[in-house]
Every structure is written in C-alpha cells, then in structure tokens.
Ligand binder design. Structure first.
Ligand SMILES: C[S@@+](CC[C@H](N)C(=O)[O-])C[C@H]1O[C@@H](n2cnc3c(N)ncnc32)[C@H](O)[C@@H]1O
Length: 265
C-alpha cells in the first residue's frame, strides 16, 4: 500500500518536472529569438544603428555625446513599458518634434518623457482604451486571443505618470478604441508618432494606416514590439507587410522599426 502510494507520488513528481522543464525550454528559446531579432533582424527589414538613421544622435569613440542627454525615468518593471535604451532614443527624437502622437498610453511614462524632452510648445497626443471602454474593443477573427487579453489587461489606467506634474499641460489625453477613433483632425500634423497600442494584427494595420495619414512630411513613425513571429506575431506580420511599400528599418538593439517620411513627400 505504502509502496504503491510512493510510486504514484514519484510519477506525479516526474510529470510536474517534465512540464516545468518544457516551459523553461520554450521560454529560453523565445528569449534567444528575441535577442537574435534585435541584433540581426528577422530577415525582411534591415537593421541599422541609430547613428545611421538619425545623424542628430552623435557619438565618438567615447560613446553617445553629451548632446544626446535626456530627462529620463528608468523602466523598473513598468507595465507595458519600453526599454531604457528605446526610451532614450524616443526622448532624443522628441527634442525636434512639436506635434507628437502615441498609440497606447498605459502608465503614461513614455507620454511624460516625450513631453519632458520636447520643445516647450510641443503637444503630446496619446490615446488609450479607458478602463470603462473594454466592450468597445474590436477583436478580428484572425487576431490572436492573447492579444485581446493583453490589450484589456493593460487598459486599466486613469491616472498617469504625467498627472499632477508640470508636464501635464503638454499632454492631450485621448480615450477610445483606436480602430473607431476619428483621426481626421490630426491628419498631416504629426512629426513624431509612436505605435504601441494593441499588438493584434488588425490593430497594428489600422493604427499604421491612421498614423501614416497623420504623419507630416519629414516626420518619423516608430513601431514598438517588433519581436518576431513567436512573441508578437500581429506586429511582425503587419509591419512586414508594410515593408513591401515603405523603406522601413529596425533600430539595432531594440524592438523598434522606423519609417522616416521624406521632407518633400
Ligand atoms: C504596451 S502598452 C503602451 C505602453 C506605453 N506606450 C509606454 O511606452 O509606456 C499598450 C497600451 O495600448 C492600449 N490599447 C490596447 N488596445 C487599445 C485599443 N483598442 N485602443 C486604444 N488603446 C488600446 C492599452 O490600454 C495600453 O495603454
């Protein structure tokens, strides 16, 4: 009797260990893929350094110059946040942008930093699905269910990092579903746009279409979370499709892809 119980226990323990091992192996494979993509890209979109893409970001053999200094808040497990390196790049791009649009506010950390580093008169428009608007989310049949769950989980904030700070007057907080929101008033006005809303394919497609309509000649459009076919397939597929029409580049060491609209476009 005791022997049978011991055997059952051992079998159960083995099953648990095998499941744990398989999960760890899958996680480490995903992490390796993500790093590979950031360093050498996913094949379709060329990977370039920030210094190639943005000559205003100067560096010497000592590294980035003091001219690239920004106001910054670290990513310390910030929900939905960008990496510190990505944030430093966005803050530098904001220095030259007086009309900025962000898809996906979350905690408002990036909105705050875009406001803090942009010219005094700049306005940062940022749209988010509000905590009471979850029913407005437009899930498409081909979108991954996980993307729907993530989008809803992150749509819980109604108080932001910029709230009650001197930067608050520079932030135009917009609420709504980005697929049905009316973007016409912003057409041809933005010189920096950051797409970091729902990662479902149908949303990345829709947000990109709206962003391209809002982008001014000479402006810059940045997508976040281009992390390859396993981690963020919706972003990967939608951005790859756009690469057939637009000269896109992934920024080396980041999950960000950029499009720079020519000044004479
Ligand atoms: C990854 S987080 C954004 C992180 C933020 N940009 C930052 O850098 O800290 C995604 C955001 O997209 C928003 N979002 C998700 N689905 C949306 C939708 N359908 N319409 C508008 N915003 C949406 C979520 O509410 C969340 O604020």
């Amino acid at each position: 009797m005791i022997a049978e119980a011991a055997i059952s226990l051992l079998v159960a323990l083995n099953v648990v260990l095998i499941v744990l091992y398989l999960r760890l192996r899958r996680r480490s494979r995903r992490a390796k893929n993500a790093i590979r993509g950031q360093k050498i890209g996913w094949g379709k979109i060329p990977v370039r350094t920030i210094y190639d893409l943005f000559p205003q970001l100067e560096r010497s053999e000592l590294g980035p110059l003091a001219t690239t200094e920004v106001r910054h808040i670290a990513n310390d497990h910030t929900p939905g946040g960008v990496s510190d390196y990505e944030s430093w790049i966005l803050c530098n791009l904001a220095k030259r942008a007086d009309t900025i649009f962000e898809f996906g506010t979350a905690t408002g950390k990036t909105s705050y930093l875009l406001g803090a580093n942009s010219p005094t008169k700049a306005i940062v428009h940022t749209i988010t699905l509000g905590p009471t608007e979850h029913a407005n989310y437009q899930h498409a049949a081909h979108d991954a269910d996980g993307d729907l769950a993530n989008a809803i989980d992150e749509s819980v904030f109604d108080h932001f990092v910029y709230s009650d700070t001197p930067i608050a007057p520079k932030i135009a907080q917009l609420y709504g579903d980005s697929k049905t929101f009316s973007f016409e008033p912003y057409h041809d006005r933005m010189n920096l746009i950051f797409i970091d809303g729902s990662h479902a394919r149908s949303y990345v497609e829709s947000d990109s279409k709206n962003a391209l309509a809002m982008l001014r000649a000479g402006g810059c459009l940045v997508w976040h979370d281009y992390r390859g076919p396993e981690l963020t397939p919706g972003v990967y597929e939608a951005v790859n499709a756009l690469a057939d029409e637009l000269p896109l580049a992934q920024i080396r060491g980041t999950s960000m892809v950029v499009y720079q609209k020519p000044p004479d476009a």
